[in-house]
Design a protein around this ligand. Structure first.
Ligand code: UT7
Length: 343
């Protein structure tokens, strides 16, 4: 068959994609800076001024990756006006699902009632939600999928050394979810994304699981040592504050917008000072609503952007239909950003 003879059939549905609904889950346990300072040599003032964090949430034993994902997903599905069975694709972005296989997405799809949905996990750390939205947007626009559930979920407290003063006060737990479905008008802009593996060592697990098991050597007194996250904060801070503003500006440009058309700005909640540096570089209007969820939630990697959007919508600071610039960045190093219309 020649290319001319091949008649590709693309299902008829609206040509564009939009975020139809968002949901989130915050663990019950609030851990304030005073508690953190019983674990590391630090002060509430240092943590607040250097990172903007006042408190974070750490998941309890029952608040698993699955439990938090399902809670966020059920809300997102309901707010989209869908039945779970209408979800035909599930993408879970996480670095803290501790099973190599099966994926978190496959079991979450069945537990949700999205029976038979295509399901897979992605590993793009703090950029994971934006990677997921980019894939969902493409899947919907090509007609491959109709309703894609994108979940960003982390239990970073499982992989944090609570005695490490460079990470213990930052990382936290939670889940956010969004349904991406068909739209008659454009509501998700082109993604601007990339990676820089030369800087992979800046945020990484202390060692791979096999080495952690081997290093125990069978007669190590404490048994195998659980690998934890290690971050060289300063260079990551510089990369994020300077390079990411450029990527965000490009996402805005590729969406055909100008800075003064953006109404809401939701960068990955990594550090309040990074958010402020990006704001200055982007020259967004004074009126722009800026996500500052890190203050109460800490850094939840793939979950931080949907958690922050949901909080802004719930408080009324942001409204459905507003244009919102999102950008995620983190371990890899990887990044992704796009303009979306809020559900
Ligand atoms: O989510 C993935 C992406 N991640 C990020 O984007 C995180 C980027 N990095 C950061 O947010 C910041 O680098 C941190 C918040 C992690 C650290 O802030 P910093 O301003 O870069 O601190 P630093 O590591 O340069 O340390 C400054 C000083 C040092 O003391 P001296 O050498 O100046 O006397 C540290 O020993 O602060 C000291 N220090 C602390 N003091 C109290 C380091 N950690 C602590 C601490 N409490 N927890």
């Amino acid at each position: 068959m020649t290319a001319a003879e091949l008649r590709l059939h693309v299902p008829e549905q609206d040509r564009y994609a939009k975020i139809m609904g968002i949901g989130s889950y915050r663990p019950r346990r609030v851990v304030d800076n005073a508690e953190i300072c019983t674990l590391i040599d630090s002060t509430d003032e240092w943590i607040r001024t250097r990172s903007g964090i006042r408190e974070r949430r750490w998941a309890s034993a029952d608040e698993t990756v699955h439990m938090m994902s399902l809670a966020a997903a059920r809300t997102a599905v309901e707010r989209s006006g869908l039945h779970p069975a209408q979800v035909d694709t599930v993408i879970v972005s996480t670095v803290t699902h501790l099973w190599q296989t099966p994926s978190a997405a496959a079991t979450i799809a069945s537990e949700l009632g999205a029976t038979g949905a295509a399901a897979f996990d992605i590993s793009a750390a703090c950029a994971g939600f934006c990677y997921g939205v980019a894939m969902a947007d493409s899947l919907v626009r090509t007609g491959s999928s109709t309703h894609v559930l994108v979940i960003g979920v982390e239990r970073l407290s499982d992989l944090t050394n609570r005695g490490d003063r460079s990470t213990a006060f930052i990382f936290a737990d939670g889940a956010g979810a969004a349904i991406v479905g068909p739209s008659p008008t454009p509501a998700i802009g082109p993604v601007v994304w990339g990676s820089d593996g030369d800087q992979a060592h800046l945020i990484t697990q202390t060692e791979p699981w096999d080495r952690a098991m081997d290093s125990a050597g069978g007669d190590s007194p404490g048994g195998p040592q659980w690998p934890v996250l290690r971050m060289d904060g300063k260079p990551v801070f510089k990369w994020a504050a300077f390079t990411m503003a450029k990527a965000a500006a490009e996402a805005l440009d590729r969406a055909g917008g100008a800075a003064d058309e953006i109404e809401v700005f939701v960068p990955h909640q990594a550090n309040m000072r990074i958010t402020d540096a990006m704001l200055r570089a982007l020259r967004l209007p004074e009126s722009v609503v800026v996500a500052r969820d890190i203050e109460r939630q800490g850094n939840t990697s793939a979950a931080s952007i949907p958690l922050a959007i949901d909080a802004l919508l719930a408080s009324g600071e942001a409204r459905s239909g507003q244009t919102c610039l999102i950008i995620g960045f983190g371990a890899g190093l990887v990044y992704a950003g796009q303009v979306i219309v809020l559900p």
